[in-house]
Write a protein that binds this ligand. Structure first.
Ligand code: GLP
Length: 263
């Protein structure tokens, strides 16, 4: 993708296409800076009457441990600010793996897994990638079969995310996150990444060895995954010209057969 705007446009259009085909779709949502531009475009589509979220169910990838939804640093608050407050979603069907300090994270994880299963599973999972290759908060070394659980954040993740916290804020070092096994069960995964700081993780995810030390490389096992990345994030890929060729072919075939599958 030539720019972050183009990335957001394509990401939003894939989500919009799904919601038009299946108004009751189950979406897996991500936080972080990268998906914000996608959410802004979805809000515009809703405001223009092109999309409704009334029947949609959402599951967020992760949430800081011990933060209440009212805390402005919580991912619940992030999602309300960036998306939920601006669309017609039924907020009772917008789930996050919230776990207060007195709740047992094992119970919360199991309940979250059951909710996802009872909803029929995630149709489309949006994913950002950490500069260390994490997806959700599955840090390097996370089991490739892991389920929703409590994780200790890596030092590099704490450093990357410190920009969201003020000097007097307590930055949580623990978070609940969907597991890699949970993410791999989504029907379609949409990975969005931009910027040079993601280039190494993207190379390892797409071309590197499958390893729990780059959790995003687990997506090589996913039945259907789409990477939407800008030139900077793609800059370390050895096979970039082949991937560009594949994208062109995919465009042509999609138009010809009017379906959107992996070619
Ligand atoms: C956080 C989130 C991840 C997200 C990552 C990248 O650590 N838990 O789900 O993918 O940030 O964020 P950004 O898009 O800001 O680079």
């Amino acid at each position: 993708m030539p720019s972050h705007e183009a990335l957001a446009e394509l990401g939003a259009s894939l989500i919009a296409k799904l919601l038009i085909q299946k108004p009751s779709a189950v979406l897996g949502l991500a936080t972080g800076s990268t998906p914000i531009a996608i959410y802004q475009r979805l809000v515009k589509c809703y405001q223009h009457g092109e999309l409704s979220f009334q029947e949609v169910t959402t599951f967020n990838l992760d949430e800081y441990f011990g933060l209440s939804p009212e805390n402005r640093h919580s991912y619940s608050a992030f999602m309300r600010r960036e998306l939920f407050d601006h669309i017609d979603i039924d907020i009772k069907k917008a789930y996050l793996p919230t776990c207060g300090g007195t709740q047992n994270p094992i119970d919360v994880g199991e309940q979250y897994e059951a909710l996802i299963a009872n909803s029929g599973g995630i149709d489309l999972q949006i994913l950002g990638v950490g500069s260390n290759g994490h997806i959700g908060f599955n840090e390097p070394g996370s089991s490739l079969c892991s389920r929703t659980r409590l994780k200790t954040l890596a030092e590099s993740t704490m450093a990357d995310n410190s920009r969201f916290f003020g000097v007097f804020d307590d930055q949580p070092q623990l978070a609940m996150t969907m597991g890699i096994g949970t993410i791999l069960e989504s029907k379609h995964a949409l990975v969005v990444a931009s910027g040079q700081q993601k280039a190494k993780a993207i190379k390892q995810a797409i071309e590197g060895p499958l390893s729990s030390y780059c959790p995003a490389s687990s997506l090589q096992l996913h039945q259907r995954v789409t990477f939407i990345i800008d030139e900077d994030a793609a800059s370390c890929l050895s096979e970039a010209s082949y991937f560009r060729l594949c994208a062109k072919q995919k465009d042509k075939l999609t138009k010809r057969f009017e379906i959107n599958r992996g070619w």
